[in-house]
Design a protein around this ligand. Structure first.
Ligand code: AMP
Length: 209
């Protein structure tokens, strides 16, 4: 299974991706996680990406495209992968398409998780991640157990200001990739409002249809 999860910031892509990769036994490739790791390590790529990320802006296409195409060419992706957060622009979608065509493979599905804008800020700003387990909590909707609270991480771009910019960027830069995949007949729209277990079921059903 070669698939992509698309959705606005706070749609639940990370939460759903980590559940789905267990089912499909494929690597979870999150461009955001890769960039955050590069920032933490202080690599050249990380230093370049940091300013854009803090402001909620997109990292330039050439930087992200190179990073992801290199990753999907690795042997563990030979039988499939789940991309989370990439592509986020039309040039990224086209670059992925061209690289996959060259490798003689194609995408099976693109899942679009739809959540109204007015829910996104609260979802993103209340999010906390456990750096040890990778589990994503929400202070109100999925409260963390007391013994992990002290180590939870609040992302620098999960602030009202950065989330507002990220939602705007989603509409101006990322939404245009939807028709690209619709034309290919591989787009699956899923309602992302509700209980995370219920949403996992919706995605699994959409993928089976
Ligand atoms: P995410 O964890 O997917 O919400 O991504 C966090 C941030 O990383 C985004 O707001 C961007 O600054 C950057 N980023 C992640 N993926 C991409 C991408 N495909 N293209 C450009 N910037 C990205």
């Amino acid at each position: 299974m070669r698939m992509i999860l698309v959705g606005p910031p706070g749609a639940g892509k990370g939460t759903q991706a980590s559940r789905l990769v267990e089912t499909y036994k494929i690597p979870h490739i999150s461009s955001g996680d890769m960039l955050r790791a590069a920032v933490k390590e202080g690599t050249k790529l990380g230093i370049e990406a940091d300013t854009f990320m803090k402001a909620g802006k997109l990292v330039p296409d050439d930087v992200v495209i190179g990073m992801i195409l290199e990753r999907v060419a690795k042997p563990d992706c030979a039988k499939g992968f789940m991309l989370d957060g990439f592509p986020r622009t039309r040039p990224q979608a086209q670059a992925l398409d061209a690289a996959m065509a060259k490798a003689g493979v194609s995408l099976d599905a693109v899942v679009l998780i739809e959540v109204p804008d007015q829910l996104l800020e609260e979802r993103a700003c209340g999010r906390r991640t456990d750096p040890e387990t990778g589990v994503i909590y929400h202070l109100k909707y999925n409260p963390p157990p007391a013994d992990v609270v002290a180590r939870l991480v609040h992302r620098k771009d999960d602030t009202t200001e950065a989330v507002t910019t990220r939602v705007q960027k989603y509409h101006s830069e990322t939404a245009p990739i939807v028709p690209f995949y619709m034309e290919k007949g591989i787009l699956r729209r899923v309602d992302g409002v509700g209980d995370p277990d219920e949403i996992t079921k919706r995605i699994t059903a959409a993928l089976a249809s």
